[in-house]
Design a protein around this ligand. Structure first.
Ligand SMILES: C[S@@+](CC[C@H](N)C(=O)[O-])C[C@H]1O[C@@H](n2cnc3c(N)ncnc32)[C@H](O)[C@@H]1O
Length: 469
């Protein structure tokens, strides 16, 4: 039976970080996961969920702060979903991320022991993102500070980020330190413009309104900027007015695109209309230049992507006669980054437009030894695929958070390329997949790289050594 009940407030000593940025405390052995707390804190926490084996709580009062705490830079740090760990010292964030990789391999992968080196941290812990997705909402969340001012706020309009766990309400962000100083001021300027025009924000409950999402992409190394406004329908007059405004007042914007999304889901699909500019931007990773299309995946932290790809390249131990497979290749960036060290690169990826970008990117970088195929790897990565392209000497995979489909894992086990590097943004599924491959490969080395300071997310690269029969 749980020793704690929902609605109760309890005093806790926080032991360590746990999954998803929460921290862990115990009451007579009963585990409590606490949001907003840091190891070493003594806190008063409010229990909002009590189950048989554990409870979930929110920090209510900080009785004694941990030495691992630091002053957040942003006024929204306690409320916003963008940065869960701004109140945690950066060195402590990196330690916690290293520990999370270790625990994933011990608990999800079932490995007996694992040697995880210190995380490669980021030089820039703010203004590191090249892409931000903001939401419009007809339901604004007011912070405690805003309520305490006693002022009247327009709660029918917000553009910013969601409050964690709240599907409807959005914080109307006046500042954000994730992308750039320009991007934060741009959100404010755009808010003023659309409010003056009377354009309605999306009402998630009633599925009405015009403005849905605002996606800002910046080429960190090129200075190019794309604004993608996602709207419920196309309105030529409004787009013309917005284009005029941006070109007159925000000359940093090199291209404006408009994605039309009339469905109820919050995930826009479909190709956007180009309103002005080329409809794409470029960024650079190392000496390579890449085209970025509006909906395409591109590593969000340009500077750290270079570190990540360098680690993957070192782990791949490339040789001039190698056939290299780059699976889940997105816009072809990993393969192109390594192309000059090998005979041939074969990339495969689900999203057709990403594959088109990969071909453009290969041409942009004079990498004429790269070929790309579009398709779901579950059905694409077959013996026929291998017959078409030749057996790989080195395999690099970089799947989405869900990890690899078990048929892809089975094909890797059957092919057993000599060198295999697994890049992942989710060590839990990476550990699971590598646990399934332990008859074919053993872990030779790993290296976590921090792509997302102030969040619990961590990217991990593993080098596998083939188990000889
Ligand atoms: C983490 S991204 C990696 C992209 C690229 N390696 C990079 O560094 O930019 C994962 C990619 O896998 C693709 N993807 C997701 N599911 C897939 C599937 N079932 N088959 C093939 N590709 C898939 C996504 O579209 C995305 O581009």
């Amino acid at each position: 039976m749980p020793t704690l009940k929902r609605g109760q407030t309890v005093e806790l000593d926080i032991e360590k970080f746990a999954d998803k940025g929460k921290s862990l405390a115990r009451v007579n052995g009963y585990v409590v996961f606490v949001e907003g707390a840091v190891p070493g804190d003594r806190v008063q926490a409010y229990i909002h969920r009590a189950k048989k084996n554990y409870a979930e709580a929110k920090l209510d009062t900080l009785i004694e702060p941990s030495d691992l705490r630091t002053e957040p830079r942003c006024r929204y740090a306690d409320t916003c979903g963008g940065c869960a760990w701004q109140h945690v010292d950066y060195a402590a964030q990196l330690d916690a991320k290293r520990q999370s990789v270790e625990e994933a391999f011990l608990h999800q992968g079932g490995f007996q022991s694992v040697d995880v080196p210190p995380v490669i941290g980021a030089e820039d812990t703010f203004y590191y993102r090249n892409k931000m997705d903001f939401d419009f909402s007809a339901d604004r969340w007011l912070t405690t500070d805003e309520i305490d001012t006693g002022k009247d706020f327009d709660t029918d309009f917000a553009v910013g980020l969601h409050v964690p766990g709240n599907f409807f309400k959005v914080l109307d962000l006046q500042e954000c330190h994730l992308q750039s100083a320009w991007s934060a001021q741009f959100v404010n300027a755009l808010r003023e413009f659309v409010k003056a025009k009377g354009w309605a924000p999306w009402d998630i409950r009633n599925h009405e309104g015009y403005l849905r999402h605002l996606v800002i992409r910046e080429g960190k190394r090129t200075g190019e900027t794309m604004v993608n406004l996602v709207t419920n329908g196309y309105d030529a007059e409004r787009m013309e007015a917005l284009a005029d405004f941006l070109q007159a007042e925000q000359p940093e914007v090199t291209t404006l695109v408009n994605t039309i999304h009339t469905g109820k889901s919050q995930n826009p699909q479909g190709d956007p209309r180009v309103i002005f500019g080329p409809g794409v931007i470029h960024d650079e990773i190392g000496p390579h230049r890449f085209e970025i299309r509006p909906g395409a995946f591109f590593q969000t932290n340009t500077a750290q992507a270079e570190r990540l790809y360098e680690v993957a390249r070192d782990f791949a131990d490339l040789r001039p006669n190698d056939v290299l497979y780059d699976l889940y290749c997105g816009a072809g960036t990993i393969g192109i980054f390594m192309a000059e060290g090998v005979q041939k690169v074969v990339g495969a990826e689900l999203v057709e437009s990403a594959v088109e970008s990969a071909r453009t990117n290969a041409a942009l970088n004079d990498a004429d030894n790269c070929t790309f195929e579009a398709g779901d790897l579950k059905t694409l990565f077959t013996d026929d695929f291998v017959d078409r392209h030749g057996r790989p000497d080195v395999l690099i995979v970089d799947p989405p958070r869900a990890g690899m489909h078990k048929d892809v894992v089975a094909q890797i086990a059957a092919l057993r390329p000599e060198r295999f590097v697994y890049v992942s943004c989710n060590p839990q599924t990476q550990a699971r997949d590598l646990g399934r491959l332990r008859e074919a490969y053993r872990i030779d080395a790993m290296q976590p790289v921090d792509m997302f300071p102030h969040t619990p997310h961590i990217e991990n690269v593993v080098r596998l050594a083939r188990v000889e029969a």
